[in-house]
Ligand binder design. Sequence first.
Ligand SMILES: Cc1cc2nc3c(=O)[nH]c(=O)nc-3n(C[C@H](O)[C@H](O)[C@H](O)COP(=O)(O)O)c2cc1C
Length: 165
Amino acid sequence: MSEAGTDAFEKLVSLLNYPMYVVTTHADGISAGCLVGFASQTSINPPRFLVGLSRRNHTYRVAVAATHLAVHLFDHEHIDTVELFGSQTGDKVDKFERCAWHPGPAQMPILEDAAAWFVGKIVDRFSLGDHTGHLLEPVDGSPPEELESWVSFGDVRELEPGHEA
Ligand SMILES: Cc1cc2nc3c(=O)[nH]c(=O)nc-3n(C[C@H](O)[C@H](O)[C@H](O)COP(=O)(O)O)c2cc1C
């Protein structure tokens, strides 16, 4: 892409306000999780959801051996948990000592502060650039009782990521 194209693209995406998720996983006795903005439903039938994980993240390295991911949505009341997962890296701290969670479907760590969550089986993985796409087939979850507003990119855009992108 030309420099002007890159500039236009970067300006455009910086204005978007999409939902932010905390994505957790578990493999070989290790739990991991990070804040994710690169995520979207991609299909209705069959239901599919794509999660982009940076290959630099601790979460990505644990996800390599994992069969499932858990995708959590938060309301503003619990933005502290969202910030924990986006500003710290599992390479240095145990985020799961600092929040409430329990093992859920497929041993995925379920964060108790979440307003809603689902667990998805990883049915495909492919490169998206510097992130790897994890295509999920939802297998279980807890829908929101009511969710008027959720944590979105605009709420965390100033957060210093725990890992370089
Ligand atoms: C606004 C924002 C959006 C982010 N989006 C993603 C994302 O889509 N995918 C990803 O892998 N990391 C994303 N991150 C970065 C990770 O959440 C962050 O580096 C985290 O500390 C990594 O933790 P880990 O090393 O324990 O996996 C984002 C961070 C912020 C602040």
